[in-house]
Ligand binder design. Structure first.
Ligand code: ADP
Length: 430
C-alpha cells in the first residue's frame, strides 16, 4: 500500500485507492503509508506537482494545510499555494502570539498568559488567573498537548505533561495558560478574504458536541446566538482576520460562556472539516472561493452581509467502535449505502470494497443535512443516519443516532461537556 496525491498518474493499481484517486485523471505515488514519509514530506509533494505540471496545490485540511514552510516552498517553486501567505499562517499558528494579535485589535481573549516555560512562574500566573486553568500547546491542534489543572497541587504534574505532549506531537514544547471555562460553547465564524483587501464572514458554526476536545457534530446557525450577539461576534471575527490582511478561507474560533461573553480561542488558517454546514446554509462554494482568492480574483459574494438560510447539521462518521470506547476499527468495508434525498449531502472517499487503513484519521465521511428549521434538520439527520449502511467495520453511526434523540441536543442545550454528561448517564446500562 502507498500514498497518493490528489493529482494522479495511472501507474499504480487503483483497486484499493480512495475514491478521489479512482476518479482522478492522473495519480502520483508520493511514498509509503507513514505520513512523515509521504503526506508530510514536502519535497515529494512539490515533486508530484512538478511531474504533472500542476500550477497550484490545494492543501486540504490536514497534514501540511497550516504549514508555513510548505506554503513558502510552494511560493519559491512558482506553485500557487491555495491558502494564506506564510506570514499569515505563522501569525496564527503560534496560538500564544495569535492571542496577542487579537487582543491588540480589541477582540476579547480568555484570561491567560503568553508562552511560559518556568514551572514556578507558570504556577504563580495560574494562581493569578484562578483555578481551574487549561495548559495549552502554543503549536497545538486537534486537542493535543492540552491539560486541565484543577488546583495548585495538581499544577506541576499537568504542566510537565502538557509540555511533554506538546514536544511529542508538535516538536515544540512551548505552552501557555488560560482560564478554564466550566461549560462553554464552541462557536466559530467562517471568514474569507481576498487580495483586494476585502474580508467578510459567512456566519457561525456551533461545534459544541465534542469528545475529548474533538468535534463530532457541527451545525449552523448556532441555537445559542441572538441576532445581536451574532453581529458582535461576526464583527470581532472580521476585525481579527482583517488585522492580518487575511487572504483565503479561515475560521475564527470562540468560546461562548454561559453569561454570553465570548472569547477568541484560535484561528485556523485553512478550510475546515465542517465547512459544508456553512456551504449548505449560505449556498456558497467555499473551495471555489479559496481558489478564486489564490488566483487574485475578488470574492464572488455581493456587498451586503451574508445571512444563513434554514439550518444545517453535519455528523462525522468515523470507523470507530462506540461500544469499545471509540477504538479505531480498520478493515474492509463490505456494504456501503449512502442516504439521499433533498437537502442531504455526503462527502466521502470510501466505497464497498475499500480497505480502511490503520494509519490515518478514522474519518470515513461526513453526512450533512439542510432543512428550513432546526427541528426539520434533526429529523432529516435521523432518517439519513438510519439509511446510511456501512458493513465490515464499526462506525459511530449508532452513537450519532443516540445524540440526535437526546432531549438536550434536541433542545439545543449543548456545551463542550455535553457528550461527557450524556455518556456518564448511559454508563450504568452498558
Ligand atoms: P485545538 O487546536 O487542539 O483543537 P482549541 O484551542 O481549538 O484546540 O480547543 C479545542 C477545544 O478545547 C475547544 O473547542 C473547547 O472545547 C476546549 N477549550 C479550549 N480552550 C478552553 C478554555 N479556555 N476553557 C474551556 N475549554 C476550552
Amino acid at each position: 500500500m502507498a500514498s497518493w496525491t490528489s493529482i494522479h498518474r495511472g501507474v499504480y493499481s487503483r483497486r484499493i485507492a480512495s475514491l478521489h484517486v479512482r476518479f482522478a485523471d492522473e495519480d502520483v505515488c508520493i511514498g509509503p503509508p507513514a505520513a512523515r514519509e509521504s503526506y508530510l514530506n514536502i519535497p515529494r509533494i512539490v515533486a508530484a506537482a512538478e511531474i504533472t505540471g500542476a500550477d497550484a496545490i490545494h492543501p486540504g485540511y490536514g497534514f501540511l494545510a497550516e504549514n508555513a514552510e510548505f506554503s513558502e516552498i510552494c511560493e519559491r517553486s512558482n506553485i500557487t499555494f491555495i491558502g494564506p501567505t506564510p506570514a499569515q499562517i505563522r501569525q496564527m499558528g503560534d496560538k500564544a502570539m495569535a492571542r496577542q494579535t487579537m487582543a491588540e485589535v480589541g477582540v476579547p481573549i480568555v484570561a491567560g498568559t503568553d508562552a511560559i516555560a518556568d514551572p514556578a512562574e507558570a504556577l504563580h500566573a495560574a494562581e493569578g488567573i484562578g483555578f481551574p486553568v487549561l495548559i495549552k500547546a502554543a503549536a497545538g491542534g486537534g486537542g493535543k498537548g492540552m491539560r486541565v489543572a484543577q488546583d495548585s497541587n495538581d499544577f506541576a504534574r499537568q504542566f510537565g505533561m502538557a509540555r511533554q505532549e506538546a514536544a511529542a506531537a508538535f516538536g515544540d514544547d512551548s505552552v501557555y495558560i488560560e482560564k478554564y471555562l466550566a461549560r462553554p460553547r464552541h462557536v466559530e465564524f467562517q471568514v474569507l478574504g481576498d487580495q483586494h483587501g476585502r474580508v467578510i464572514h459567512l456566519g457561525e458554526r456551533d461545534c459544541s458536541v465534542q469528545r475529548r476536545h474533538q468535534k463530532l457534530i457541527e451545525e449552523a446557525p448556532s441555537p445559542a446566538l441572538s441576532q445581536d450577539l451574532r453581529e458582535r461576534m461576526g464583527e470581532a471575527a472580521v476585525r481579527g482576520a482583517a488585522a492580518i490582511d487575511y487572504v483565503g478561507a479561515g475560521t475564527i474560533e470562540f468560546l461562548l460562556d454561559e453569561d454570553g461573553s465570548f472569547y477568541f480561542m484560535e484561528m485556523n488558517t485553512r478550510i475546515q472539516v465542517e465547512h459544508p454546514v456553512t456551504e449548505m446554509a449560505t449556498g456558497f462554494d467555499l473551495v471555489k472561493e479559496q481558489i478564486r482568492a489564490a488566483a487574485g480574483l475578488p470574492l464572488s459574494m455581493p456587498d451586503q452581509p451574508i445571512s444563513l438560510r434554514g439550518h444545517a447539521i453535519e455528523c462525522r462518521i468515523n470507523a470507530e467502535d462506540p461500544r469499545r470506547n471509540f477504538a479505531p476499527s480498520p478493515g474492509t468495508i463490505t456494504t456501503f449505502h449512502l442516504p439521499g434525498g433533498p437537502g442531504v449531502r455526503v462527502d466521502t472517499h470510501v466505497y464497498a470494497g475499500y480497505r480502511v487503513p490503520p494509519f490515518y484519521d478514522s474519518l470515513l465521511g461526513k453526512l450533512i443535512v439542510h432543512a428550513s428549521t432546526r427541528e426539520e434538520a434533526i429529523m432529516r439527520m435521523r432518517h439519513s443516519l438510519a439509511s446510511f449502511v456501512v458493513e465490515g467495520v464499526h462506525t459511530t453511526i449508532p452513537f450519532l443516532q443516540d445524540v440526535m434523540e437526546h432531549p438536550g441536543f434536541v433542545a439545543g442545550e449543548v456545551d463542550t461537556k455535553f457528550l461527557e454528561r450524556m455518556m456518564a448517564e448511559r454508563a450504568p446500562t452498558q
